[in-house]
Design a protein. Structure first.
Length: 433
């Protein structure tokens, strides 16, 4: 089960049935899927109220690709989907299609064809270099800010986390929305606040080193994130991924017992969040100088079995290292005392991105004016969500390869393709907050 963890709790209980429906649907349709679909935001709909389920039917996928190329008549639509439970009214209700003049219907959501994706990739690579140069111009200032990080060995990793992960990814998307360059996720009548995004399969773009992906497990006191490229998933030594897949081998068999499966997943969520909070307590204590097992046993309100188990896990994945019977951090940890460092880094990053966006957004919009969504009358602000991901992904790659901060793809790295971060939950605005 591969999902961004900001959706994890909802995903286990809500997206899971959608995956089941897709698996069942694929058995009913001999054709292979033509598009992939994802949700940005939160959704609590299911069945025919869930656009992911509706778009899992291959005939519907084929219809959407045709609609991306030209308006469809009512007769063409009804013929295309006649063997599915999906209707034209449902497609209109979910805002996947919209009525056009002369009794035709046009695509009404973000679907990128293979040609669209390759064009965005090419343009993103060009402008990503420009964005990276804008950050490199302030390298000395960032270095001075990060000087207050007491662990000099971890400063390059922390700079990657704060700039590539928090600033360019999380903050960059919010900033683009605030400046009017990116569409705000709308609230839907069927439930949830989200954008639907599909892409035609087969673009075959190289995503290695494009650090545009984050996964986060929010905790009551401390949260856990990893920032990296898509090729690094699953991140087998990173939290939250380390918990992902414990039951995956038998997942499809459990789905045959829906009542048991639902109860199992609910219990799994409860135990998972408990483990995350245990890990957060230990990492926070070590960061604040409580660094022996005896001291941790005395300071933390954890049963001995849970304390020993989480310490074993954290040392096994390198989040903690034990030297002379003392624990030290193996990854970056941000506590409340690091707020001045975090605020200064994000303030400078915001200024750089805002200036860069004001100068470059019109140029990018002009270069991408012929993408199929715009030909279908959709705003560029809807497409810019994906455009920005490629722009900052290429920027993050360029900065890593030039030594501006840690390079997750450098030979010998324990965490190949990603960098972990442990952070006080009150310190940052995480994804989806």
């Amino acid at each position: 089960m591969r999902i961004h963890f900001e959706w994890m709790v909802a995903g286990i209980l809500l997206l899971g049935p959608s995956h089941t429906a897709q698996a069942q649907n694929s058995a009913e349709n001999v054709s292979k899927p033509l598009i992939g679909t994802a949700i940005t935001g939160s959704i609590n709909a299911s069945g025919l109220d869930d656009p992911q389920y509706v778009l899992s039917f291959v005939p519907v996928q084929r219809l959407m690709l045709e609609a991306a190329r030209r308006p469809q008549t009512r007769e063409e639509i009804q013929k295309a989907i006649q063997e599915t439970p999906v209707t034209l009214d449902r497609l209109l209700q979910l805002e996947l299609l919209r009525a056009n003049d002369k009794d035709t219907y046009r695509l009404n959501y973000l679907l990128l064809t293979v040609e669209d994706q390759r064009t965005i990739y090419r343009v993103g690579a060009h402008y990503g270099q420009s964005l990276a140069d804008a950050f490199r111009a302030h390298q000395a200032e960032f270095g001075e800010i990060l000087r207050s990080c007491p662990n000099a060995a971890l400063r390059p990793q922390l700079m990657f986390d704060l700039i590539a992960g928090v600033a360019l990814n999380w903050q960059g998307l919010d900033l683009a929305t605030e400046l009017g360059y990116r569409v705000q996720e709308p609230r839907h009548a069927t439930g949830g606040v989200y954008l639907v995004h599909s892409w035609e399969l087969g673009a075959q773009l190289d995503s290695t080193g494009l650090y545009l992906d984050s996964q986060t497990a929010p905790g009551s006191k401390m949260s856990f994130s990893t920032f990296g490229d898509g090729d690094s998933s699953p991140r087998l030594q990173g939290l939250p991924d380390v918990f992902d897949g414990i039951d995956s081998a038998a997942e499809e068999d459990w789905r045959k017992l829906p009542e048991v499966y639902g109860a199992l997943r609910s219990e799994y969520v409860t135990l998972f969040l408990l483990a995350i909070d245990d890990a957060g307590q230990v990492m926070n204590a070590v960061a604040n100088g409580t660094d022996t097992d005896a001291a941790l046993a005395k300071a933390l309100p954890l049963p001995e079995g849970r304390r020993i188990a989480i310490l074993r896990l954290l040392t096994a994945i390198g989040y903690l290292r034990e030297t002379d019977h003392r624990y030290v951090a193996g990854v970056s940890i941000l506590t409340e005392r690091d707020k001045p460092l975090v605020d200064a880094t994000l303030k400078l990053s915001r200024e750089i991105m805002a200036d860069w966006l004001r100068r470059n957004y019109p140029l990018v919009k002009n270069e991408l004016s012929e993408l199929s969504p715009m030909r279908n009358g959709l705003p560029f602000a809807l497409v810019f969500n994906e455009v920005w991901h490629y722009e900052f992904g290429f920027a993050a790659k360029s900065l890593a390869e030039s030594g501006f901060y840690a390079n997750p793809r450098a030979p010998g790295n324990r965490y190949q393709g990603y960098v972990p971060l442990v952070w006080a939950s009150s310190l940052l605005k995480g994804p989806g907050d």
